[in-house]
Design a protein around this ligand. Structure first.
Ligand code: AP5
Length: 223
């Protein structure tokens, strides 16, 4: 693989498996996993001023306004561990965010090298999100049926307590899917037109999706 910085975007609806796959891929790629949702949840947990500004959007399953989101992610990307790239999960989520990202990277002489779009039917997504459990300490993601922890309610990795996200309640999940189709799915065409998009079938076992994603990751400049 070339030494060009690896900025890779994982695109897909809520529950497509972006977080699950990013955790697996970051080691192979040697770049950090930067998830806008995790950054927001960190602010909520630490009850920061910024967290108070965004909490209502997140609880309702709405998108946080572009200016706030973009500033938060760019601040993260300016840290030294992102100098050689990042695996972006959940950002960009609007055309405005995509343009802001292109602009910010080009000012650094960098660019996105590939966008991997994980495709999963809506009915599967609802089932996945309602059974998702997340570790309160290390953020590891499980599913009560598809990817259960060895011990009920406890994280395999660190022994932390597993919890259900507030926005994984059925009503909010359906609203998040609607928001995805209205505001985020236009990015599929945006990146397709630029020759940057690879679609991956996310409706198969986690290891199989991982295999396809690894095969699709390319930063060799061939688009
Ligand atoms: P965010 O945290 O980004 O949520 P999301 O995009 O809705 O994505 P999820 O974390 O729900 O799903 P995922 O694709 O990571 O799936 P996972 O791997 O966990 O955003 C939350 C909120 O923050 C937003 O609603 C918004 O308010 C705000 N926000 C964030 N970014 C923003 C932005 N850029 N702009 C504006 N607002 C923003 O998998 C799901 C479940 O399925 C797990 O239980 C997992 O174990 C299981 N699973 C995964 N893969 C498989 C498989 N292949 N087979 C079976 N089960 C599987």
């Amino acid at each position: 693989m070339s030494s060009e910085p690896k900025f890779i975007v994982l695109l897909g609806p809520p529950g497509a498996g972006k977080g699950t796959q990013a955790a697996l891929l970051q080691e192979t790629l040697g770049v950090p996993h930067v998830a806008s949702g995790d950054l927001f949840r960190e602010h909520l947990l630490n009850k920061t001023k910024f967290g108070r500004q965004v909490v209502t959007y997140i609880e309702r399953g709405e998108l946080v306004p572009d200016d706030l989101t973009t500033a938060m992610v760019m601040e993260r990307l300016s840290q030294s561990d992102c100098q050689h790239g990042a695996l972006l999960d959940g950002f960009p989520r609007t055309i405005g965010q995509a343009m802001a990202l292109d602009q910010a990277l080009s000012e650094r002489g960098q660019r996105i090298c590939r966008v991997l779009s994980i495709v999963v039917p809506d009915e599967v997504l609802v089932e996945r999100l309602s059974g998702r459990r997340v570790c309160r300490s290390c953020g590891a993601v499980y599913h009560v049926i598809f990817n259960p922890p060895h011990q009920d309610g406890r994280c395999d990795r660190c022994g932390g307590e597993l919890y259900q996200r507030d926005d994984d309640r059925p009503g909010t999940v359906r609203y998040r899917l609607k928001v995805y189709w209205e505001q985020t799915s236009p990015l599929i065409e945006y990146y397709k037109q630029r020759g940057m998009l690879t679609e991956i079938n996310g409706d198969q076992p986690i290891e199989k999706v991982e295999e396809e994603l690894k095969a699709a990751v390319t930063c060799d400049g061939r688009g």
